[in-house]
Design a binder for this molecule. Sequence first.
Ligand SMILES: [Zn+2]
Length: 394
Amino acid sequence: MILRDARLFDGREEVATDGAIRFDPESGRIEAVGDADPQGDEPVISLSDHTILPGLVDAHVHFSLSGQATVEDVVGQSDAELTLTEVKNARTTLESGVTSVRAMGARDLDVVLKGAIDRGEIPGPRTLANCRSITITGGHGHHLGREVDGPTECRKAVREQVKRGAGFIKFMATGGVTTPGTDPETLAFTHEELEALIDEAHRRGVHVATHAHGAEGIKAAAAAGVDTVEHGTFMDEEAIDLLVTNDVTLVPTLSAPYRIARNTEQATEESSRKTGGVYERHIDSFKRAYEAGVTIAGGTDVGTPFNYHGTNSTEISFMVEHGMAPEEAITAMTASAADVVGLDVGVLEPGKFADLLVVEGNPLEDVSLLREPTAVLKGGEGVSGRLPNDPNGH
Ligand SMILES: [Zn+2]
């Protein structure tokens, strides 16, 4: 199958203004990018006035949450109820053009969801999932997480998560906005606990993400070898330098505080107070990290208050609004996020999955066009929208 006459952005740069891409519908993988001449009766679809780019990769989603004002509504739900929620949110995500995600787990549901998606039983993006995020007793996310105290329990918790199928480990280095009674600014774990968590995860062959708002938490996690920092809300120069030196990727999740800051009337008093003034500091941290050359991967924290599944691509608009060039912001949410997720996606090159976004016009000039893709393909198969001029209705 060949799609031609289109602008091609390969996940890193524009490679053609009038190019073609070939993929094998059987394997679902890309075979050629740039030029492709049809062989035999190979189907060809002309996509003039359209841009083809990799399906988006969201490095931070919560399928268990649906934008409720508080997590209280969610923690009382049974596994059966939460599973239905996750199935619905996974489908919405895929159809909006996000073809891969790193899912922040709730209980053990996300690894089960991933299995069903991989087997083709339910529609959803390719997923890297953890089980329960690891937190101190009473710490951020303890409702759906695994509480630990002391280095030995930290190691045990990591081994448990990997045993249950976690593809990465997430822990909460600081308190959070949505968990009452926790402080976003202070380091939650001891240094010994952090080192145990990260060392054990790397021994088990999985990467480690940390939720971290305050600079002390970011620095302690980065010094101990964490792979990604989520949010990075209050970074000082030392924290930014450490991210650069230790090659730690920042997933800024600009969507999350934006949505709370824009919905203060409905947000809980505590989450509004914690977000008030924080949004500006978060943006400032993001800008300084970007200017200092920190690797940035796009992630939305979708599912958190008023941050709805299917609106993921707005994160790209936020990154552009706060200083990134459109190509850089799209790269953050394709190639760079794919590096974090570790799947064969996020770039258009032979051998990668044909997870494609077809967008009318030029999103390199107007990234908001990504919100309304003409068609979304996963492994070369249409999952939403419709390719124009397609006789076979792919
Ligand atoms: Zn999150």
